[in-house]
Write a protein that binds this ligand. Structure first.
Ligand code: ADP
Length: 445
């Protein structure tokens, strides 16, 4: 403290001493005039520096400093250093804030910051999508006036945020949406409001539950029949051979039904575990069609007229086992859903430049509103007919998976009471053009 005073005191002391010497050597009036001049000079110096300081303060530039003199010079340079440091801190705070805001804006979930009175302080663009909150419009407003769903208001004011709230909303971008809303208190009684779209998760969860229920149901029926027969056979002390034979035959039917179901489930799970076939090769479609027809003839047992039309000699690039299983399912269905005396036509050819395997039948047909759902697992138009004919409800789901793994798709056309056409359409890139086809295309015939 004293060091600050030393210089001014020495200066004033020097003026006093000089004035005293001049007063002794000349006259007190001259000494007084000299003292006045010196003090006026001192004052002018301070006023000049002060005005430089004031001017700089009005527009403080980081890279220029007022040209002060004496102690002022030191003061100005120190001030400039402080100013620079503060500007740097401000810059890095600004940058941190803008990075934080950018991160918040890029966040895939809706995020809003509420103060202790639930007034909106900030929110990201996703909050507009899911909560309907617009930062520009709604900042400073009570969030309960903006999001009025009673469940939400109750959740927010309850203060118990241990579990998220499931909320149904309708958004312009996604229509009916299921949200998981969570409040996270932080800092000085402020709150983070988070919203996550769980529509897809809910759908998958429902599918999983349905699937488990379906499989259990499908297995329970044959198991009940099996255990019923076993019980009867155990209870009867001396069963008649005819009854034993009949029971064994029915038990064997139920056992094969279960094993077909397990086979199909394993096939589906294998198909769903990867997106592409494990082993792809060029293979002869004519050969696959031939094998599939042999199985079909055995299943039909002469009850149907089977026709085959191999317009193209082309092969396919893909997994022959998967393709055989898909084609087999389509032909198998045609036989099972076509009454005795009906006709089934299996064809392989080009349609609009794409390789197509088709199965046409003159069977029972399907009402149009079922068609979009036929490839869902366990979807059946007529449950009892499917079971009677040995169906598992998984055949078309397998076909759909196999085709999509080969970048193809299934087209279904059907008329109730008249018949159906199932077309497995492959992309042109899967076609392996035979020499014969190439020649035909070259000559244009
Ligand atoms: P399923 O084992 O029951 O036949 P799929 O997945 O193979 O199961 O077929 C689903 C449903 O589609 C069948 O239950 C049946 O109702 C219908 N369907 C399939 N193919 C035909 C067809 N060729 N004619 C009539 N209905 C069919």
């Amino acid at each position: 403290m004293m060091s600050h005073w030393r210089k001014p005191l020495i200066l004033i002391g020097s003026i006093a001493v000089a004035t005293a010497i001049v007063a002794l050597a000349t006259s007190p009036a001259i000494a007084l005039a000299l003292a006045f001049v010196l003090l006026a000079f001192l004052l002018a110096h301070q006023i000049h520096n002060l005005s430089l300081f004031r001017a700089w303060l009005q527009d403080p530039k980081i890279d220029t400093i007022p040209e002060g003199s004496g102690d002022w010079e030191q003061l100005f340079s120190r001030l400039l250093r402080m100013h620079k440091r503060q500007a740097q801190t401000e810059n890095s705070l600004q940058e941190a804030l803008s990075r934080f805001l950018q991160a918040g804006a890029a966040f895939p979930e809706a995020v809003a910051i509420l103060d202790e009175d639930n007034v909106l302080e900030w929110c990201n663009p996703k909050a507009l999508t899911y909560f309907g909150l617009d930062l520009e419009r709604d900042r400073g407003h009570q969030v309960t006036n903006l999001m009025r769903q009673p469940q939400f208001v109750q959740y927010l004011v309850s203060g118990d945020y241990s579990e998220p709230l499931a909320l149904k909303v309708t958004t312009a971008a996604h229509g009916d949406t299921s949200l998981s809303v969570q409040v996270v208190p932080y800092g000085d009684r402020e709150k983070l409001l988070l919203g996550r779209d769980i529509t897809l998760w809910e759908r998958v969860e429902t599918m999983r539950r349905d699937f488990v229920a379906n499989v259990s149901h499908e297995l329970r029926t044959p198991l009940t029949v099996l255990s019923g027969f076993l019980e009867t056979l155990t209870d009867v002390s001396d069963p008649e051979p005819e009854m034993v034979q009949r029971s064994l035959r029915l038990m064997s039917q139920q056992a094969s039904r279960m094993s077909r179901l397990v086979e199909d489930l394993l096939t589906l799970s294998r198909l769903e575990s990867t997106d592409t076939p494990a082993r792809e090769t060029d293979f002869s479609v004519a050969e696959v069609v031939h094998q599939v027809l042999q199985e079909a003839a055995a299943l039909s047992n002469g009850r149907h007229e089977l026709e085959v039309s191999l317009e193209a000699t082309d092969d396919l690039h893909g997994n022959p086992d998967e393709i055989r299983s898909a084609f087999g399912n389509l032909v198998n269905n045609a036989i099972r859903y076509t009454p005795e005396g009906g006709r089934i036509t299996v064809a392989w050819g080009l349609e609009k430049g794409l390789p197509v395997f088709s199965v046409r039948d003159t069977g029972i047909g399907i009402e149009s509103h079922h068609i979009d759902r036929l490839t869902e697992r366990f979807y059946r138009v007529d449950r009892s007919r499917s079971r009677e004919t040995g169906g598992t409800g998984l055949g078309l789901a397998i076909v759909k998976h196999v085709l999509s793994r080969h970048q193809g798709h299934l087209d279904i056309e059907s008329t109730l009471g008249k018949g159906s056409v199932f077309r497995a359409v492959f992309p042109a890139a899967r076609r392996v053009v035979s020499a014969e086809s190439a020649e035909l295309e070259r000559t244009g015939s």
